[in-house]
Design a protein around this ligand. Structure first.
Ligand SMILES: [Zn+2]
Length: 246
């Protein structure tokens, strides 16, 4: 099989659909071929190359990627290839950006090879946490300061963890990623492992939300609703004011 055939086959097998999260956010789910196509289109639109299972992206940037995918559809039509899956993908992404609230929207890799639990974890990470970040931060997902992150009790563990070390050069981003992993139930990836791991992750979530409440108000904290049930308690403590538990 030559490289060109492989490329066309990937494009012909793109599948996607619009889904609604449990709290009513619209997101686009795609198969692996859709994810690869979106990764490439975003690079052509000027983004840094990245591989992802999920993405929360600014609408203005997604709207640059859509015509790039449309251009590929035109070329496929000329070559006699089946572009319907890509056309559906463009329509789904366009519907998503047209209805987006707060200037950002989420794409989720829901390939058949991924478990329902993995897909749901990524969906919470993106639509339940980062999308809320961007709305509170008016386009910026980094709500807390580098100084806050550095001073946190669990900073060293988070900074040395499997995922944390990827973000350690940008501590504001590290704080945003740490809470996204913790609230979606993936706290082990941020180094919360061993005895008492869940409890320690809950206390981290409580400290993060306490700071969000101080900086942005309780209504900002209330927006984090689509998260793993295990992490509801520390958020509710902040909302309902048991301040001694911070
Ligand atoms: Zn993230």
């Amino acid at each position: 099989m030559n490289k060109r055939q492989t490329h066309v086959e990937i494009l012909e097998s793109v599948r996607s659909k619009i889904m609604t999260t449990p709290v009513g956010e619209l997101v686009v789910w795609g198969n692996r071929q859709a994810t690869v196509t979106l990764e490439k289109a975003l690079v052509w639109a000027g983004a840094e190359p990245a591989n992802f299972y999920g993405l929360t992206e600014m609408v203005k940037f997604l709207n640059k990627a859509i015509p790039i995918i449309d251009n590929v559809v035109q070329q496929m039509a000329l070559a006699g290839a089946d572009g319907q899956g890509l056309i559906d993908f463009i329509n789904n992404l366009s519907d998503l950006t047209a209805s987006a609230v707060g200037g950002a929207a989420c794409y989720i890799d829901a390939d058949d090879t991924r478990s329902d639990a993995d897909v749901r974890e990524v969906e919470m990470h993106e639509a339940g946490i980062h999308l809320v970040h961007i709305r509170i931060g008016r386009g910026n997902l980094e709500l807390l300061s580098a100084a806050w992150m550095r001073a946190d009790l669990d900073f060293h563990q988070i900074a040395r963890s499997e995922v944390g070390r990827v973000y350690v050069k940008n501590l504001k981003r590290l704080a945003a990623e740490a809470i996204a992993y913790v609230l979606s139930g993936a706290h082990a990836k941020m180094g919360f492992k061993g005895p008492g791991a869940l409890n320690r992750a809950q206390r981290f979530a409580g400290r993060y939300m306490g700071e969000v409440a101080d900086l942005y108000g309780i209504n900002a904290v209330k927006q984090f609703r689509d998260i793993t049930p295990k992490m509801m308690e520390p958020i509710e403590r902040v909302i309902y004011g048991n301040k001694t538990q911070r």
